[in-house]
Design a protein around this ligand. Structure first.
Ligand code: PEP
Ligand code: MN
Length: 335
């Protein structure tokens, strides 16, 4: 694990005590290279939830950096965040998934970073981490990396998935075009729950990821944001002791990771389709309509066969899958 970049710390800075206690506990349970993370400004869905402490928390991060001799990282989403974070000597900045979706904003942040670096040649900025956008768009992720590369400081890609979908294929696309950019995983936001973190991290280690960002809180159950996915420092210690798997065929593992994810989506969609079929069944019963309506099935089958003419899917597969789905739909409606 010693050659991996580990970034750990709470989702959000909540108090100086919480930050100090978390940083101390992480430091005493993991002695490899460590960057301490904490969100100061939090991009939250709902305005009535905790939005982050704001600039006051930069002083707390600065004290951790100075007292514990540890590098610190925070998220920046506006030009004013950039100015404040660089002036307070934050070592690493990260661009979050929501900001990463907006190239105009990423360019504005890039320009402000460039200005700040020029203004203070003694700055401490050591690198910028760019998370993937919230939607599956490898080209936009790459574009953000290219925008920021001109700054002349190290750029790392952080793969946090899209919502709670890992999007392995997107990360593979980025990695194939830029194998020189360090690739890190954020299994905390990728999964949204503690239990899925270990398998995601293990897969990333097998794929030779360069590091991981893992949300860790001194009292996860009391966290003001992302409580369900934050690990305690002891849980982090256990996670980081998982042996790194040795894999010979990385390309096959990337492709299998991508295909397993498509299978998961396929089955979720099939389940969803059956739940709609169930509603149709109830409606037909209420309206005294026949469950089996052959002309409707012929219509959707023909439509799919026409579609198949311009897609890489054979008629045989369309016939087999559509009949299997339709048979099961009828079973569901007749229940
Ligand atoms: C975070 O790291 O706290 C965060 C908000 O991440 P993301 O942008 O990946 O949702
Ligand atoms: Mn978080």
């Amino acid at each position: 694990m010693q050659d991996k970049i580990i970034i750990a710390g709470p989702c959000a800075a909540e108090s100086e005590e919480q930050l100090m206690a978390t940083a101390n506990a992480i430091r005493s349970s993991y002695d490899g290279p460590l960057i301490f993370r904490a969100g100061v400004w939090k991009p939250r869905t709902n305005p009535n939830t905790f939005q982050g402490i704001g600039e006051q928390a930069l002083e707390w991060l600065q004290r951790i950096q100075q007292c514990m001799n540890i590098a610190v990282a925070t998220e920046v989403a506006t030009a004013s965040h950039v100015v404040q974070a660089i002036q307070m000597g934050i070592d690493y900045l990260w661009i979050g998934a929501r900001t990463s979706a907006n190239p105009i904003q990423v360019q504005a942040l890039t320009d402000t970073i460039a200005q700040e670096l020029k203004k203070s040649p003694t700055h401490r900025l050591k690198g910028i981490m760019i998370k993937n956008p919230m939607h599956q768009d490898a080209a936009l992720w790459l574009g953000n990396i290219e925008r920021m590369e001109h700054l002349g400081i190290p750029i790392w890609a952080v793969h946090r998935g899209c919502g709670h979908l890992p999007a392995w294929e997107m990360a593979y696309t980025l990695h194939q075009s830029r194998p020189d950019i360090p690739l890190l995983i954020d299994p905390s936001h990728m999964s949204g729950d503690k239990e899925s973190i270990a398998p995601l991290l293990t897969n990333a280690w097998a794929l030779q990821y360069d590091g991981a960002m893992i949300e860790t809180h001194i009292h996860p159950q009391d966290a003001l944001s992302d409580a369900q996915q934050q690990l305690s420092p002891d849980e982090l210690k256990t996670l980081l002791s998982i042996p790194i798997p040795t894999t010979k065929d990385h390309e096959l593992l990337w492709l299998r990771s991508a295909i397993d994810e498509v299978d998961n989506q396929l089955w979720d969609l099939i389940e969803h389709r059956m739940s709609i079929a169930n509603q149709i069944g109830m409606h037909k019963r209420k309206q005294s309509l026949a469950i089996v309506q052959q002309e409707r099935f012929q219509h959707i089958l023909n439509k799919r066969l026409i579609w198949a003419q311009n897609h890489q899917v054979s008629d045989k597969l369309v016939q087999t899958v559509m009949h299997a789905i339709h048979d099961e739909s009828i079973n569901v409606q007749e229940r």
